[in-house]
Structures are given as C-alpha cells and as structure tokens.
Design a protein around this ligand. Structure first.
Ligand SMILES: *Cc1c(COP(=O)(O)O)cnc(C)c1O
Length: 370
C-alpha cells in the first residue's frame, strides 16, 4: 500500500518560521523574564480602545460573527476614503494574501517577488503550483525595474512589499509610477503595506489612488497587527475595486474574521492617540537602536518601519542564539538568505536598552568587533 500522497505543490515549500513564542523560550531556557523583539509586534501592547471593545464583545462570542463584516468594512472605508465595496477583511493580512493566491493562481502561472521579502508569498505560490520568480533586491530595496523586466505572458501576480520586510526599506512614488506604467492588464500588483502607518517619507506612494481611479489590477493590503497592536486577534484588510475582490470573496472562509477581531478593529481605528504614541515611541526607539549599533561598531539598514536589520557578520546566528539564552528573542535572517544579519523589532525604551546591553555582552563573549 502506498501512503496518501500530498499535493505536489507542497514539495517546494520551506515552512514559514515564525518568531519564537515567549512561552517556548521560557520552557527551553528556564527563564522567567523574556523580551520578544522578533515579530514586529507593538511593544506598547494593544490599543486601549480595542481592549475595551474586546471586553464588551466577549459576552456575544456564542454567536457567529457577521460574515460580511459590514460595520468594520464601512469604518475602514471612511477611514481610507474609499467605497465600502472596495474593502475586504481577512484573518490577518496573511488571510488576504492566501485568498489572493487561491483566487488568482493557476498551475504554471508566474509570481514575481523580491528576494528577500515576506515569505508567505513564496509558500502560497508553491501551494498553487505556480512558478516563483524571485528578483534580488538592489541596495536592500525592491528592484522594481528588474521586477517589471521579468513580466511575461504567464505572469499573474507581483508582490510589492512596501516597506519591505525584512529590510525595512521603501520604493518611492516616482519609482512606483514608472513601474505601474510598465505593468500590463493581465498582471495583478499586490502592494503589501503592513507597515504603511510607520512611514513618514513624503515621497511614499499613495497606492489607494489606483483603487479610487478604478484600476482593475491593483490590490493594497494592510494590517491591524503592527500599528494597532492587534497581532493576536488576527485582522488585516485588502482594498481594490469590486471586480478584483470578487474572486477573493469566493474562496474566503465564511467567518474568516471573528467577532472579537471585528469589534477590536472598529475601535482601534478611532484610537488616534494610541497610534501617535506608537509612532513617537518607534521613532525614538529607532534612533536609540541606530546609535547603540553604531557605538558597538556594527551597522544597520536605515528603516521606515518598527524593525531594523542589523549587520552582525558571519557569526550572526551564534549571536542570535546567545541573545536567546539571555531571554532576548530577535529574528535570525538565514531564512531570508541574509546570514550576516539579525532583525530586531523596536521595543519599549527599557527593552531597547536591554537589547543593546545584551548585544554588547554577546559580542564581547564571542570576541566579535565591528
Ligand atoms: C506582519 C506582516 C504581515 C502579516 O500581517 P497579519 O495581519 O498579522 O497577518 C503581512 N505582510 C508583511 C510584510 C508583514 O510584515
């Protein structure tokens, strides 16, 4: 008897490796005090307004949620100045990425991504038995010219992760304009803007304009996980014209966004002071990390996000491992084919101090000098 054969596309998948959960590091190293700076979560905690809404919603969780997320979609539409029919919500931005791949990819289609970029694009491209076309970054930024040059009649989706994870770099408005002029109608451009709210560059592209203009091959994805501190309830959204969203709605799970996520999302959108506080803390923390890294003789890639890519050198994975034994979880970057780097999320002021101090100790122990 031969074993049940899994779907052929899965052979090509390198499983997604998330940041280590705090509980796992506690168990493995017997530590009580752990700092997690590995998944770009909000170190200030969840939006207080969202927490209040969650408390109120708990008494209703015996009821199925609104599968259409009417109120949340309308709140988002007001917030973004688009039509409610141009908004869909998902089980995280991840959920929207998955729906997009399920809805659009046929066997043998081509998907263009940056290398390195967010790993989920690769995984679902393979699930759908489509071909992954990875275009190396240039100076740690997406190479939009190279990505446009890679378009063929089989190209179906281009993922533009802007700012790009794990590098924290952006592509600018003029570059995106030039790029979009080269993209033919049969190609869907997915702008993954998970860190949109953190960007303060003036020449950052306003991609929602494409949707407002009715462009039929653009999807913009954002999330409540980062700026609003709601990674644990899982809520993200996509913005596109209804023609682009219709296939996604066909493949979506009927209740993909649960009741708690819907309530939290509506409340978080009104939490301006929390967003402002997060942005200020992120900007200050980023400067502190830059200075600390420089003092240690290392360098980093200037970031437009709440994380920083730090060049540690050939022994980066040892450094990450030793930080772990001190209760500090950061992201190793070998899976991104950046073995000399680690990625660290900006934490609270105290966490940032502890990170730099621990890094200094580890570098001394390993006799690494920048
Ligand atoms: C964090 C992240 C996501 C996933 O967001 P969720 O809403 O938590 O699923 C998607 N894309 C990028 C680039 C991210 O960094």
């Amino acid at each position: 008897m031969s074993p049940v054969q899994f779907q052929r596309g899965l052979e090509n998948i390198r499983p997604y490796v998330p940041g280590k959960p705090i509980e796992e590091v506690q168990r493995e190293y017997g530590l009580t005090h752990i700092i997690k700076l590995a998944s770009n979560e909000n170190p200030l905690g969840p939006s207080p307004r969202a927490m209040r809404a969650l408390g109120e919603e708990v008494s209703r969780i015996h009821l199925y949620p609104d599968g259409d997320s009417y109120e949340l979609r309308h709140a988002l539409a007001r917030h973004l100045n688009v039509h409610p029919d141009q908004v869909t919500v998902g089980n995280g931005a991840d959920g929207i990425i998955v729906q997009t791949c399920l809805a659009y990819l046929d066997d043998g289609d081509e998907v263009i991504v940056g290398k390195p970029s967010f790993p989920l694009y690769d995984i679902y491209t393979h699930v759908m038995r489509a071909h992954l076309i990875s275009i190396p970054l240039r100076d740690y930024r997406l190479d939009l010219e190279g990505m446009a040059a890679a378009i063929t009649p089989r190209t179906k989706i281009i993922f533009v992760c802007n700012p790009n994870n794990p590098t924290g770099t952006i592509v600018h408005a003029d570059e995106v304009t030039t790029f979009m002029a080269r993209v033919p109608d049969h190609v869907l451009v997915v702008f993954d803007e998970a860190y949109y709210e953190f960007v303060d560059a003036e020449d950052f592209p306003d991609t929602l304009t494409y949707v407002r203009e009715g462009r039929q091959n653009v999807l913009v994805i954002r999330t409540f996980s980062k700026i609003y501190g709601l990674a644990g309830v899982r809520l993200g959204y996509g913005v596109a014209v209804p023609e682009v969203l219709a296939p996604l709605l066909k493949v979506k799970e009927p209740f993909a966004v649960n009741r708690l996520a819907q309530a939290a999302g509506i409340a978080a959108l009104e939490d301006d002071s929390f967003v402002e506080g997060t942005l200020a803390a992120t900007a200050n923390g980023r400067q502190f990390i830059y200075r600390g890294i420089q003092r240690l003789g290392l360098s980093c890639i200037p970031s437009h996000t709440n994380f920083v890519l730090v060049r540690v050198g050939p022994r980066a994975s040892e450094v990450v491992q030793r930080l772990l034994t001190r209760g500090i979880i950061v992201r190793p970057c070998d899976i991104y084919d950046l073995p000399d780097f680690l990625r660290v999320t900006i934490g609270t002021p105290t966490q940032n101090v502890q990170f730099i101090a621990a890094l200094e100790e580890v570098l001394k122990e390993l006799e690494i000098r920048g």
